[in-house]
Ligand binder design. Structure first.
Ligand SMILES: Cc1cc2nc3c(=O)[nH]c(=O)nc-3n(C[C@H](O)[C@H](O)[C@H](O)COP(=O)(O)OP(=O)(O)OC[C@H]3O[C@@H](n4cnc5c(N)ncnc54)[C@H](O)[C@@H]3O)c2cc1C
Length: 372
């Protein structure tokens, strides 16, 4: 039984149904992909897992705007990721799951879980294994008495926006733009873009300011949340949580689809093992946590550490960092190694080349000596 028909739940549903298991996916909304609160900027790695679906166009470049207006241009002709139609992306995953035999129960809101029972708005279900892929406010996670350390507000609008290069995204830094995070404009078509931000405070207020600055009028607005920090446990008797429900999100960018899908591969493998041997206790389900820690946990931890440093930056630090990054050798590193899903690799390479940036991040430039 899977709770939540977002990309993570649907992918798990497809994989388990393909193995011949009876799978039910419970989704509270009446249609897949709606409401959509995602910008749909996906790394190329995602398509290695699910194939090329929902793609609108490639994303090759980024223009980073410092608070003082200085601009850093990164990227070149190499494809770093794709901008997708997130609604179509989710719907294709749903089609695949259903074609493989999964039962999709729409308009079915899960209200509580007491393994092996799942209580929903349409009745009670029983399952051998319960997979919570029900997003940031996960009912399954709450049934395990597990909390996400923090959820920050994120909001975005679809607006008419003329872009001279739809393969370039715009990123805006600064405490007057999006305190603790950043704002973005991601072109969908020549004349339409997703304009959004995440912020520790008042995201609505900051989105309004951004829209005003660019004289943009929203055609639609969606709010959501980004989970920050790791949860203490992602399994319990007969139950696992995956994706946003388990806070498997990069704290540097808020991107959760790639880490969610990687963790989903672990959930599938562990569920198959548990179903094969008929053991749904911690001794089997712990394998899920061990697996996702090994496949993506380290990068998520690094992203969180970087986010904590980033949050402390003042506007003048952003200005200096953007200026310092405008260096031929640094730009070469970014353009050669930049990877949306593994930003820490590039950040460490940059810091090695330009240790002066460390002082803005409140890290001593010289490594600590180990005490013996
Ligand atoms: C503004 C914004 C922009 C973003 N942009 C990007 C981006 O560009 N790239 C990227 O990788 N990530 C992005 N993300 C993050 C990304 O959207 C999530 O990480 C991703 O959707 C997580 O997938 P999921 O399947 O775990 O959860 P979700 O997509 O949240 O799906 C959970 C599903 O469970 C359902 N559900 C919830 N509770 C219940 C219940 N009680 N009963 C039944 N069903 C329930 C929900 O209706 C939903 O369909 C963005 C997030 C926000 C807020």
């Amino acid at each position: 039984m899977i709770v939540g028909a977002g990309p993570v739940g649907l992918y798990i549903g497809e994989r388990l149904s393909s193995e011949g298991y009876n799978v039910a996916i419970l989704e509270e909304h009446s249609e897949i992909g709606n409401p959509c609160h995602c910008s749909g900027l996906f790394s190329t790695h995602i398509f290695d897992i699910v194939g090329k679906i929902g793609v609108l166009h490639p994303a090759k470049r980024a223009r980073i705007h410092a608070p003082n207006g200085e601009v850093l241009e990164i990227g070149n002709e190499r494809i770093r990721g794709f901008v997708v139609d997130r609604v179509e992306f989710d719907r294709e995953l749903a089609r695949r799951a259903v074609n493989r035999g999964a039962e999709l129960h729409l308009k079915t809101r899960v209200k509580g879980v007491e393994y092996p029972r799942v209580y929903s708005s349409t009745g009670e279900y029983r399952a051998r294994i319960i997979i919570g892929a029900d997003g940031i406010n996960s009912v399954v996670r709450k049934s395990m008495e597990v909390k996400i350390p923090r959820i920050i507000g994120a909001i975005q609008a679809i607006a008419r926006y003329e872009s001279d290069d739809i393969e370039r995204v715009e990123i805006f830094l600064g405490n007057e733009v999006a305190p603790g995070f950043f704002a973005w404009i991601i072109p969908l078509f020549d004349d339409l873009a997703k304009v959004g931000l995440a912020s520790y405070v008042a995201p609505w207020h900051y989105l309004r300011s951004l829209m005003k600055k660019f004289k943009l009028k929203p055609l639609s607005i969606q709010g959501g949340g980004i989970p920050i920090g790791s949860v203490k446990r992602t399994y319990a008797k007969g139950t696992v949580i995956v994706g946003d429900a388990a806070s498997q999100v990069k704290a540097t960018s808020g991107g959760g689809v790639y880490p969610g899908l990687i963790s989903a591969t672990c959930a599938v493998e562990t569920a198959i093992r548990a179903l094969e041997i008929g053991n749904f206790t911690d001794s089997t389900l712990f394998g899920y946590e061990r697996c996702w820690h090994a496949r993506i946990g380290k990068e998520l931890k690094r992203a969180y550490a970087l986010h904590k440093l980033y949050r402390k930056l003042k506007d003048e630090d952003f200005n200096r960092i953007v200026r310092d990054l405008k260096d031929e050798e640094i730009l070469r590193i970014i353009n050669e190694y930049g990877d949306i899903d593994y930003p820490s690799h590039t950040v460490f390479k940059i810091l090695k080349k330009k240790p002066s940036i460390l002082k803005y991040l409140s890290i001593p430039a010289r490594p600590y000596r180990r005490r013996i």
